[in-house]
Design a protein around this ligand. Structure first.
Ligand SMILES: Nc1ncnc2c1ncn2[C@@H]1O[C@H](COP(=O)(O)OP(=O)(O)OP(=O)(O)O)[C@@H](O)[C@H]1O
Length: 142
């Protein structure tokens, strides 16, 4: 059996939930617009100008979205590009991504160091391979 106080409390909770649903949040702009925001645009601009960049930020801030957007842009232009990840799980976030080791021709990690070096050197000489690398960073965006 509910007392008046309990019913009032339940009503208050409903009101708070309703208000919070109608209150614009930081992410609201994401729902309204499917275009990149200012910070994403800054990163996109640097990437398109050929900089090596690190995109970092809290979960849900749009890193994956930005990378997908960059991929879409490259596809539209017909530019050759590759998306790689250090882990298979990471690669599943992006349609045509592979692990970095598969990308350079290693398939998996069961190689001798000299084999690894050989494949890596061959891959580096292939100018068609464009890869986002976490080394040789020239820009850092937070
Ligand atoms: N500019 C944007 N316009 C519309 N939606 C966006 C934009 N940026 C991000 N989003 C949306 O916000 C949500 C979180 O973005 P995303 O998954 O890219 O974040 P993340 O930083 O990669 O998160 P995590 O670190 O948890 O993987 C997704 O639903 C994504 O579609």
């Amino acid at each position: 059996m509910f007392t008046d106080t309990k019913l009032r409390q339940a009503e208050d909770v409903r009101t708070i939930k309703e208000k919070s649903r109608n209150t614009p949040k930081n992410s609201a702009k994401f729902v309204e617009s499917e275009t990149i925001d200012d910070r994403q645009m800054k990163a996109q601009d640097l990437a398109l100008r050929g900089h090596n960049i690190v995109i970092t930020g809290q979960g849900g801030t749009g890193k994956t979205f930005l990378i997908k957007q960059l991929c879409k842009d490259q596809s539209k232009k017909g530019t050759s590009y590759a998306v790689t990840s250090t882990t298979g799980l990471g690669a599943t976030l992006f349609g045509r991504a592979t692990t970095i080791h598969k990308f350079i021709g290693l398939e998996d990690g069961r190689h001798q160091n000299n084999q690894f070096l050989h494949v890596l050197c061959q891959s580096c000489n292939n100018e068609d391979n464009i890869t986002a690398s976490l080394t040789n960073l020239s820009e850092y965006i937070e």
